[in-house]
Design a protein around this ligand. Structure first.
Ligand code: HEC
Length: 162
């Protein structure tokens, strides 16, 4: 082999080994980052079934997402309810669902028709049930800040600065 050929051969070898090494390293880091789905529920099966019945009847789904892949094309930029029970208390939810004007508790930046409706017309036990269920929708600690940030940005349309 001539010297020139040897050099070309060595350069190619370095590039190939480099690529392989980089891919291997990436594979490892991806596995580290992928900790799975951060949301979980602490609700009993009975509570979940009863609350989700109300959730469906009231069509909360038309504005919110819960337990699904986010629909970025959704018309209403309402907060995502996954993990919401790590941000607020059961009592807060109950007061919020019972308020005649929920925007007095949580201000809105949206047009009236897209805002959170009042659920004062539901029975007290239904509102308590919904509140208890919401309080059981948790997020793992490692995703808490992300969840807070997403909520803040959806609610205010502004960047989150802790
Ligand atoms: C018309 C759309 C719409 C419907 C229907 C709706 N919501 Fe909302 N909801 C919103 C919006 C928008 C907000 C954010 C506050 C605002 O802009 O009024 C919100 C806020 C909330 C919050 C507070 C979120 C936070 O960040 O703390 C909870 C909890 C909630 N909704 C639960 C529900 C439940 C449960 C139902 C069904 C019983 C429901 N919503 C139905 C639009 C809706």
């Amino acid at each position: 082999m001539k010297l020139g050929e040897k050099i070309v051969f060595i350069v190619i070898a370095i590039v190939v080994v480099g690529f392989m090494g980089r891919n291997l390293w990436r594979l490892n880091t991806i596995q580290e980052v992928d900790k799975g789905i951060p949301y979980y529920s602490t609700a009993s099966a009975t509570l979940e079934r009863a609350a989700m019945d109300i959730y469906r009847q009231q069509n909360c789904k038309s504005c919110h997402s819960l337990w699904t892949v986010r629909d970025l094309m959704k018309a209403v930029p309402a907060p995502i309810l996954d993990g919401i029970g790590s941000l607020r208390s059961e009592d807060w939810f109950y007061q919020y669902f019972s308020a005649i004007n929920p925007q007095a508790i949580l201000p809105s930046r949206l047009k009236r028709e897209y805002q959170m409706p009042s659920y004062v017309q539901l029975s007290e036990s239904e509102r308590r049930l919904l509140a208890r269920y919401m309080a059981n929708l948790k997020v793992q600690d490692w995703y808490l800040e992300e969840t807070r940030k997403a909520e803040h940005e959806i609610l205010t349309g502004q960047e989150y600065r802790p």
